[in-house]
Design a protein. Sequence first.
Length: 131
Amino acid sequence: LLLSCYQDGTIVLRDRRSSQIVSQWFIPSGSHGISSIEFDPFHDSLFSCIHEGTSILLFDVNSSEPISKINHPMSASFLTIHYNPFKPSIMGAGCSDRSILLFNTNNLSFSNLYSTLYHMKNEDAEVPSCI
């Protein structure tokens, strides 16, 4: 299966073998749409994406709506998300304020924030684009 996301708020799940659309979602969006979409490596039916840069949505492929949502706690933007490939239900989010937020998604929500890590502020340093 292949997930694709678009600036207009569309998310498409395709079967790569047949190029058929398996599911499709539309989330009303402004100028930033949907970005940084990723399947949970330990739960075949779960995936997350960044919506409008300000929130992360958790989906089940069998549901027509997001099952959970979290906004950035400090009004910064989410830039990227990544699930830990070795430990179930751990997801990291890289942010525009140079922080990395770690979540436990075990309860099908983002309520259990493990930690917040910050990069040292340096005029020459760049904000990380991936984690």
